[in-house]
Write a protein that binds this ligand. Structure first.
Ligand code: NAD
Ligand code: WQD
Length: 339
């Protein structure tokens, strides 16, 4: 049985990926410092899979602890590195926190990977590296634009750090550039649990419908899109989780063509904010309280993935619809709020 280290494995995307890894027969070790997650997520994973992953509560910023961890846990076959801070606005206010948490942790992990000959490394990147695209859908060859936030910059720098490492070591790596993950596991055992006021659209929608927020603000309807609201590529988190299992197998089976590969992970479909709201109202059979307000500074007008590379080379395709994802997000919100 292959042993996989999942950092940030109790977080939103990490927890769904741990489920898919265990369902696929991998042995999983999770590192998480619980800075943006709770131990209840571990219970959810165990309930879904019937398997208890090893869990190490550890802060990856602590180099000595990271080193100790790798001395204790030997024979790791691969690493999926989710652990990071991810709030764009917070990164503007506190850039050093983001550079430390997203870059130091990566460097320590890569150093240990090198020392212990762990040569398979999957990294959580983001479509944020593309900035405002020149053309749509966006391919992996599109230029990486000057980052508009320290968070986005950490993803760009991380990709460069990994590429440089792969060039001079035995390491093989895949960076998955996620588009907009939404939804929850159909079991409602795990899902997205933002701390404080949600910054992202779908958790804000579900919290508004659950009466935790009074009203959803739609940030601008004067964009150059069909209905004037911004367009994104919303991908079901379970589809995204499955992409990690496929990418991991590609590395473990030496099917990668380059030491460092990049894949877009999206649906290939763009949906506007109004389309998301309308779909949510339809699947939940209720009307949402929203109003149009000014644009949010820094928002990109439209971005959605060209998924041909992931489809053809990785052999991965999203399967679930946005309606599935919205229904699961609502089911999860209702469970959490005991509605
Ligand atoms: P999340 O915050 O839910 O999960 C991250 C997990 O990492 C949390 O459980 C947190 O406690 C842990 N963590 C953070 N810093 C740590 C540290 N120093 N040591 C140990 N554990 C630490 O986030 P997510 O949405 O699951 O995102 C996972 C990854 O995917 C991140 O790298 C994020 O930047 C990237 N990503 C997310 C999105 C998105 O919209 N959610 C989009 C693109 C990329
Ligand atoms: C989606 C759309 C908003 C909230 C962010 C990060 C990106 C990536 C994914 C990590 C936009 C609109 C939102 C609200 C709204 N994360 N909106 N009212 O901005 O595409 O991407 O998450 O890598 O880096 O920037 O996602 O969910 O915030 O917004 O109208 O209350 O919904 O304007 O058009 P975004 P989002």
């Amino acid at each position: 049985m292959k042993k996989i280290l999942v950092t940030g494995g109790l977080g939103y995307i990490g927890s769904h990926t741990v489920v898919e890894l265990q369902n696929a027969g991998f042995e999983v070790i999770i590192i998480d410092n619980l800075s943006n997650s709770t131990l209840e997520v571990l219970d959810g994973i165990i309930t879904i899979t019937g398997v208890s992953p090893t869990f190490a509560k550890l802060d990856l910023r602590n180099k000595a602890d990271v080193s100790k961890f790798f001395k204790k846990h030997t024979s790791i076959d691969g690493i999926i590195h989710f652990a990071a801070s991810k709030a764009v606005g917070e990164s503007v206010e506190n850039p050093l926190l983001y550079y430390e948490n997203n870059l130091h942790t990566l460097i320590y992990l890569l150093q240990e990977s090198k020392a212990h000959h762990i040569n398979n490394f999957i990294f959580s990147s983001s479509c944020t590296v593309y900035g405002e695209p020149d053309s749509l859908p966006i391919t992996e060859n599109a230029p990486v634009k000057v980052a508009t936030s320290p968070y986005g910059n950490t993803k760009q720098i991380s990709e460069e750090i990994i590429a440089d490492t792969c060039a001079v070591t035995e390491m093989k790596s895949i960076a998955l550039r996620y588009f907009n993950p939404i939804g929850a596991h159909h079991s409602t055992q795990i899902g997205e649990l933002p701390v404080g006021v949600p910054q992202n659209l779908v958790p804000f929608i579900t919290q508004t419908a659950a009466n935790l927020r009074e009203q959803l603000m739609v940030f601008g309807n004067d964009y150059n899109t069909d209905d004037g609201t911004c367009v994104r590529d919303y991908i079901h988190v379970v589809d995204l989780a499955k992409a990690h299992v496929i990418a991991l197998k590609r590395l473990l089976n030496d099917q990668n063509t380059d030491a460092f590969e990049i894949f877009n992970v999206g649906t290939g479909r763009g949906s506007s904010v109004m389309e998301v709201i309308n779909a949510f109202e339809k699947v939940t059979n209720q009307s949402l309280n929203y109003k149009i307000v000014d644009r949010r500074p820094g928002d990109v007008e439209a971005v959605f993935a060209d998924t041909e590379k992931a489809n053809k080379e990785l052999g991965w395709k999203s399967e679930k619809t946005m309606e599935d994802a919205l229904a699961s997000a609502w089911k999860w919100e209702k469970k959490v709020r005991k509605i």
